[in-house]
Design a protein around this ligand. Structure first.
Ligand SMILES: NC(=O)c1ccc[n+]([C@@H]2O[C@H](COP(=O)([O-])OP(=O)(O)OC[C@H]3O[C@@H](n4cnc5c(N)ncnc54)[C@H](O)[C@@H]3O)[C@@H](O)[C@H]2O)c1
Length: 423
């Protein structure tokens, strides 16, 4: 079993640390955020992620997982330093590598001889080499190991991945990194670092394109009177297509897709390739946010100005508390700029969000509203008392941007209903 330092204890880092400890490794998780580290030491999990709390508790009790402030405190005796740091969108669309560069500089003199730096952050092609240059250590290898977990099922995805990708030109280093995953059954793909880095961007871009494609099909369905749900059934059973990510909605978002699409467009541009297909996907996604906001405006009587709109769902998808680049917030921003007042409810979001009146429950969000917009696919929204919803609304109108609710039952209760790609 290995000694591992995980640097950055966010969605990816905390999951990685807890899962490696679960597999039997000794893990020190480091974060620059002292409050977060303090909470983790007390056993508080700062993010909503199924199964994570139990894993962290078991590993901490077994003395295989601990938390420290700062990368420097973690790497001194470790065989592996796993970077799980933010790579946000920079001003020109490319990935901002400053967090990675800063930590590489910080740990360079502290890494033990023969240590391996494993990069799990999503980074542009060439970043493995960049980290090698910053470290400037002949006795330390840098290996790319992109992460494919999904928020909401992060622990499950880490322990049951579809594949493990390891990018290294050094066979021995690749084998050492592969050994960290012993006990996990998954195809192992060992490539050069550039290909490993590219696999992550290519995968995310493909998935975003799939969502945008089905959104476009839904929009055509609306225009021609077809039902996108039946179209999806007919498409998804085709094994070449599959059902995953074939769900129309308000557009894709989250902490990864938006920045990763722009980063890949930029990577291609810098290499002299015009990635028109991906540019169209990004534009189609912005149009989808506009389209949902326009539906809400129509349901409000043609104009948003002065209207009160209820929103259910703020996170970028169900089963997470993450609102970063949430399509719900994109749609809400359009509603606000049209002059609407927005009252929202999301069971995973209790804090205030700028310009949004975050309410304590789903009914409170609907009080006095002329339209209810359902923007996140939370199952619990299906089972609410819609007579009560109708009673508190000024006018019972629903725009269901996730096709979550039952239009027949709602219309029977007097609601006007508009979904996505269906009558
Ligand atoms: N969130 C996902 O679903 C997901 C999935 C796959 C890959 N990724 C990629 O993984 C990377 C991390 O994503 P995330 O969502 O976990 O980010 P995050 O923002 O949740 O976590 C990053 C953590 O790094 C910490 N940090 C920042 N600077 C630091 C420093 N100098 N030393 C120590 N800690 C520091 C932050 O305080 C934060 O806790 C990104 O590149 C992302 O694109 C994310």
């Amino acid at each position: 079993m290995s000694k591992i330092a995980v640097i950055g204890t966010g969605y990816v880092g905390l999951t990685t640390g807890a899962c490696f400890a679960h597999l039997g490794h000794h893990v020190v998780c480091a974060d620059i955020d002292a409050d977060k580290v303090e909470r983790l030491r007390r056993g508080e999990i700062p993010i909503l992620e199924a199964g994570l709390e139990e894993l962290v508790r078991a590993a901490t009790d077994a003395d295989r997982l601990s938390f420290v402030v700062g990368a420097a405190s973690a790497v001194g005796t470790c065989e592996f330093a796993v970077l799980c740091l933010p790579t946000p969108q920079g001003p020109d669309g490319s990935a901002d590598l400053s967090y990675i560069e800063e930590v590489a500089r910080e740990i360079a003199p502290l890494l033990t001889s023969e240590a391996i730096v494993v990069n799990k952050s999503t980074v542009p092609v060439g970043s493995t080499r960049l980290v090698e240059r910053i470290l400037g250590r002949d006795d330390v290898m840098v290996v790319s190991n992109p992460e494919f977990l999904r928020e909401g099922s992060a622990v499950h995805d880490f322990l049951h991945p579809d594949r493990i990708v390891i990018g290294s030109d050094d066979h021995k280093a690749a084998i050492r990194v592969a050994s960290l995953f012993e006990g996990i059954q998954a195809p192992l793909i060992v490539s050069d670092p550039a290909s490993a880095e590219m696999i992550k961007y290519a995968s995310n871009s493909f998935l975003a394109a799939k969502v945008s494609f089905v959104n476009a099909i839904a929009n055509v369905c609306e225009a021609v009177g077809a039902d996108v749900r039946d179209v999806i059934l007919g498409m998804g059973y085709d094994k070449r297509i599959g059902f995953e990510f074939l769900k129309p909605g308000p557009g894709w978002g989250g902490s990864c897709f938006p920045k990763d699409m722009l980063a890949l467009i930029r990577i291609a541009e810098d290499a002299g390739y015009d990635f028109g297909v991906l540019e169209a996907v990004v534009q189609a996604n912005r149009d989808q946010y506009d389209r949902v906001a326009a539906k809400v405006a129509r349901a409000a009587g043609g104009s948003l100005a002065g209207s009160t709109i209820a929103v259910w769902g703020l996170t970028f998808k169900a089963r997470t508390d993450d609102t970063r680049h949430s399509p719900a917030l994109e749609v809400i921003a359009r509603l606000l700029s049209g002059g609407a007042r927005v009252q929202a409810f999301d069971p995973a979001v209790r804090h205030d969000l700028e310009g949004i009146d975050v309410r304590k429950d789903a009914y409170a969000a609907c009080e006095g509203a002329t339209v209810l917009a359902v923007l996140t696919e939370r199952d619990e929204f299906r089972w609410l008392d819609f007579d009560k919803v109708a009673a508190v609304m000024a006018r019972p109108a629903i725009v269901d941007a996730r096709n979550l609710l039952d239009p027949t039952a709602l219309r029977r209760r007097g609601f006007s209903y508009e979904g996505v790609g269906r009558a």
